[in-house]
Design a protein around this ligand. Structure first.
Ligand code: GAR
Length: 189
């Protein structure tokens, strides 16, 4: 039996698509459902284009016993991946799926984490502070933003002439390479 992956995403969903495509070739696992809090998020079309079930939910459904939690109980995920999910992940779901929820953050936590630090905001802050390196952090999710146990970090160098867009591209390359591998490794343990 293949292991079951559920992805949460809020926007474009390039990481979600990358994970779907990676596991379409896999014997280990498959993406069974993509969930988003935005009913017009591009991730919905990306998932559907790759024959993957996708749906949206409201903020009220995210925190209610009958809402997203019930959907997840039916999906029976072995892992829940937050790939560009920008809302706080609710405790009622974390309690039902202990040690099964992971997040990717586009910086080297604990630097550039916390509320408001997402997507391009992170890369702009990194460049504004003249950092010479940045990277990705994949970590378990707990009740605080960006604070759960770190599973993996990978670094990339920042050149003095690099813009936030250059940094974003280099960080994305790391995300696409490493997030599917980490999911696969966790599911094999
Ligand atoms: C990714 O870079 C991810 O690391 C980041 O949002 C982007 C989503 O891109 N997540 C955070 O900033 C979480 N704090 P995508 O929708 O194209 O996958």
């Amino acid at each position: 039996m293949k292991k079951r992956i559920v992805i949460f995403a809020s926007g474009s969903g390039t990481n979600a698509q990358n994970i779907i495509q990676y596991f379409q070739q896999s014997k280990v696992a498959e993406v069974v459902h993509v969930l988003t809090n935005k009913k017009d998020a591009k991730v919905l079309a990306r998932a559907e284009a790759h024959n993957t079930k996708a749906s949206s939910f409201t903020r009220a459904q995210l925190i209610s016993e009958e809402g997203v939690l019930q959907t997840l109980k039916k999906s029976k995920p072995d892992i829940i991946v937050l790939a560009g999910f920008l809302l706080k992940f609710p405790e009622i779901i974390l309690q039902s799926f202990p040690n099964k929820v992971i997040n990717i953050h586009p910086a080297l936590l604990p630097k550039y984490g916390g509320k408001g630090m997402y997507g391009h905001h992170v890369h702009e802050a990194v460049v504004a502070n003249n950092e010479t390196e940045t990277g990705i952090t994949i970590h378990f999710v707990n009740e605080n933003y960006d604070e759960g146990a770190i599973i993996l970090q990978k670094k990339t160098t920042i050149l003095p002439e690099d813009t936030a867009e250059d940094v974003a591209k280099n960080v994305q390359k790391l995300e696409y390479e490493w997030l599917p591998k980490v999911i696969e490794t966790l599911l094999k343990e």
